[in-house]
Design a binder for this molecule. Sequence first.
Ligand code: DGL
Length: 263
Amino acid sequence: MHRPVGVFDSGLGGISVLREIHRLLPHEHLSYVADSAYAPYGDKSSEFIQERSLAVSRFLQAQGAKAIVVACNTATAHAVELLRAELSIPIVAIEPAVKPAVRLTKTGVIAVLATQRTTQSLRLKRLIETHAAQVQVLVQACPGLVEYVEQGDFGSAALRALLQGYIQPLLVQGADILVLGCTHYPFLTQTLLELSEHRVHVLEPSNAVAQQLQRILQQNQQAAPSSQSGQVQFYSSKRSQQHHLSMELLWQQPIALKPLPTP
Ligand code: DGL
C-alpha cells in the first residue's frame, strides 16, 4: 500500500485541516490522530506539549507515514522544531493567517484568537512582528472553546456567551478580521459570524496547509498515484462513545475509530 500522510491534533480540531487535505489531495491515504485524552494542550506546559507531540508523531512514523501535518497551532508553536530534529520525515506546520489578514483589513485592526499557550508563544510574537507591523494586532486567548468543540457543541447558549465575551472587546476596538489561531475554531465560524452580525471576515489556514503538503509531496516525488482512492484512518487516545460521535459529527461520515496504543 502507498504510504499515508499522518495528521494530528490535541483532539478533534485538526479535522478542519484533515477535510481540506482530503479535498485537495483525494488520492492520498491519511492517518489522523486525535490526542483527545490529553486535550486541551493549550493550558499545559511546553514540556508536556512536546512530549505528547513527539509520542504521537513517532506513532505516525511507525505507521509508515511519509510526512506529518501538525494540525495544531499549539503543538506547532511549542514542538515543531523538536519534531523536525527527531523525525526523519517532512513535518508540515500550521500558522495563523496573519499575512492574508494584513492584506484584507480595511480598519487596520486584526484580531488573533488562539489558545493560551499559542498567544504566549515566541512563534506568534515573531509572526506578528515580521508580517503585521503596519497594523494593530489584538491577540485574544480563548480558554474553554476547545472543550465545547470536543463535545460537538458549536452553538449552545453557554458557548455563545463565552465567545461573545471574547470577541465583543475586539469588535469595539475596530477589528474587522478574526484570524483563527486554533484548529478547533473553524467549527465555530458560523457562530462567530452571527455574533459579530457579519461585520468581520473569519480567516483560517487549512487550505494553505493542504497546499504546502501538496508542494512537499511533489518535490519529494511522493504524491500518491491518481489511480488510488485515498482512505482515511482515525486513531484517538480517548475512548468514549460520546467522543466517537463528536468525531463523526465533525467528519460528517461514519468512522471506524481505533485506539492510539499506549506505550
Ligand atoms: N487545536 C489546537 C490548536 O490548533 C489545540 C487546542 C488545544 O488543545 O488547546 O491550537
